[in-house]
Design a binder for this molecule. Structure first.
Ligand code: GLC
Length: 413
């Protein structure tokens, strides 16, 4: 058995590594998550009135994209349409339930894609497959599917080259034929290089589906290693996660994750070669949440200290008996070791610090190593190699610094 070779679009996607998910739509005005229409049983006519308030005084696509870029993210997935049925793009007469027909008056997807292209970020579209607004979703389902395909055709043909489509909603009806082949054929026709992703839902983590799918999904949790040995196709994997407990803006949700948790989760994803798609829920006026942007800029700072191994590096079967969280990534010219739980030098008198310093043994490295240094301060580290075991003397952080996870870059002989 062997691992299939990834298609170029799939390996390119894996190298993007870290992306921003954005849940934004009419629901953002209510600040109670993207499911508010369903949860609070708001009827369609009532919910549609939100359109009159969709004026987005503080929306600036460029700012969203720059925030993602500053966080070290390489791609963005924006909700072109969510379950409420409202489209951020111009539906070209399919209906008038879209951003151009709101007081804002413009095609948000156009602005988003333009900003991405200017900043070198790859744009993706989240597109719902279920629809709470359309009668034919539970009525004339074949007619609904036609509408869905027409909708997807628009986003595939109007905005130039896109990174991919991220579908969500097939889990809502198990009793129908979603005619996935037709939908995916349309994408292959108009966007041959686009990734096709279909969220399998909260419970079906990492499961595969239609053969056209290019990546499996994990939602809201830590991913696990995958065994691609003998698989018919090499699939990428992606884990999407909320920064608090809501996708769409939850304006009194205080459960924002901590900076160490976000950094460790990014590491944990990359350890298994999984992309990390971290979500933000902008406010109803189009501005980003200040707590979320602050955390994102700190993650960007962390990446600037630890280098590009987080994108380029591939999983590499290395284990560490001294700290099970530690792992290594391998890129063409180097091996990066990600070291957790290090102490700050000389901090003991000042604060509680449960980190440690000293020798750690990494098993599974057979290449001969020439030198090892911390990426953040260039300090050279002592090491010993014996068979496939590499022992590294992990010195503490200089006083004033603690990166949660520190990167030791090994230069190969
Ligand atoms: C779930 C939610 C949906 C959200 C998605 C993101 O499927 O139902 O609202 O957009 O997760 O992965």
């Amino acid at each position: 058995m062997s691992i299939p070779t990834p298609l170029k679009r799939i390996s390119d996607f894996e190298s993007l590594g870290f992306g921003m998910f954005i849940h934004f739509g009419l629901y953002s005005l209510l600040g109670k998550g993207e499911w508010v229409m369903n949860r609070e049983k708001i009827d369609k006519e009532e919910y549609r009135k939100l359109v009159d308030r969709f004026s987005l005084e503080k929306f600036n696509a460029r700012e969203w994209v720059r925030t993602a870029k500053g966080a070290g993210m390489k791609y963005m997935v924006l909700t072109s349409r969510h379950h409420d049925g409202f489209s951020l793009y111009d539906t070209k007469g399919l209906n008038t339930y879209d951003a151009p027909h709101s007081p804002y008056g413009k095609d948000i997807i156009r602005e988003f894609v333009d900003a991405c292209n200017e900043e070198g970020i790859v744009p993706f579209f989240y597109h719902t497959t279920l629809d709470w607004d359309r009668d034919d979703f539970y009525g004339d389902f074949p007619k609904y599917l036609e509408y869905l395909r027409e909708s997807v055709k628009i986003v595939c043909t109007e905005y130039g080259k896109i990174g991919g489509l991220w579908f969500d909603g097939n889990w809502s009806r198990k009793d129908v034929d979603w005619e996935e082949d037709k939908l995916y054929a349309l994408i292959r026709k108009y966007q041959p290089e686009a990734m096709i992703i279909n969220n399998t839902g909260l419970t079906a983590r990492g499961s595969t589906g239609n053969p056209e799918i290019d990546s499996v999904t994990f939602e809201q949790g830590r991913p696990s290693a995958r065994n691609l040995d003998g698989a018919p196709k090499y699939l990428a994997a992606e884990m999407c996660q909320t920064m608090n407990l809501h996708w769409g803006c939850g304006n009194s949700d205080f459960m924002t994750k901590s900076l160490p948790e976000l950094i460790e989760t990014l590491c944990y994803c990359r350890r298994f070669g999984v992309n990390y798609l971290l979500n933000v829920g902008p406010l109803g006026d189009g501005s980003l949440d200040t707590l979320q942007t602050a955390l994102l800029s700190k993650i960007g700072e962390w990446i600037s200290y630890t280098g590009d191994g987080i994108y380029k590096g591939r999983p590499f079967g290395v284990t560490c008996a001294d700290n099970a969280k530690d792992f290594a990534l391998r890129s063409d010219e180097k091996i990066n070791i990600y070291v957790h739980g290090l102490a700050v030098t000389g901090i003991a008198n000042v604060t509680d610090d449960d980190g440690v310093t000293g020798w750690r043994a990494y098993t599974g490295i057979t290449e001969r190593i020439k030198s090892i240094k911390w990426t953040d301060n260039g300090e050279e580290l002592s090491f010993e190699q014996n068979g496939d075991t590499l022992r590294v003397h992990c010195t503490g952080y200089p006083y004033g610094r603690n990166l949660v996870v520190r990167c030791a870059e090994c230069e190969l002989e």
